[in-house]
Ligand binder design. Sequence first.
Ligand SMILES: Nc1ncnc2c1ncn2[C@@H]1O[C@H](COP(=O)(O)OP(=O)(O)OP(=O)(O)O)[C@@H](O)[C@H]1O
Length: 200
Amino acid sequence: MRLSGRNLKCVRGGREVFSGLEFSASSGEALAVTGPNGAGKTSLLRVVAGLLVPADGAVALEGGEAELSLSEQAHYLGHRDALKPALSVLENLSFWREFLGGRPEDAGQCLASVALDHAAHLPAAYLSAGQRRRLSIARLLSVRRPVWLLDEPTSALDAAGQDLFVRLMRDHLGGGGIIVAATHLPLGIETRNLRMEGAK
Ligand SMILES: Nc1ncnc2c1ncn2[C@@H]1O[C@H](COP(=O)(O)OP(=O)(O)OP(=O)(O)O)[C@@H](O)[C@H]1O
């Protein structure tokens, strides 16, 4: 499987954020997208996720499931944790498993993988910032998708949470997955680097 972007251009609010951008990542590879604030890292992830339409160029996934779009084969983990505060931890995960479709993994197992099984019935509103991030990470595990698009994935995670997430990323890559992560910090896994400088 190979994810690639060719000649990508992104314009936001009438201003060019980047152009002529090229990248690729194959099964088992992680691409770390780095660069200063405003360089366009989030914009790139959103283009790849299909949430933003590029002004030019295209993104393609070769060797995936032919009948599914790239968006249907990718998880997008944004800056903000997409959680419903009134629902419990388990209910939030169940919502995502249904919304995302596909074959769901065991919810209890997913929560155990991020060490949140003890909080399954707690309203998400009561979670700490790091626990919210862990629940968002559980979403990546709740329905298997080969491409993980991660925006500052380790923000708010403590040392144990970071170690745990490194293991999950390694498992994902070991199973042939692809990771594209916007980050200001080392991810703790081997990465290829895509440096963005932003439009001058
Ligand atoms: N909805 C929007 N409308 C107009 N401009 C936007 C919008 N969202 C982002 N931008 C602009 O696009 C540029 C790139 O933003 P983006 O969030 O992709 O950068 P980033 O590299 O992820 O930054 P950071 O490191 O701060 O997270 C910025 O100049 C930002 O102001």
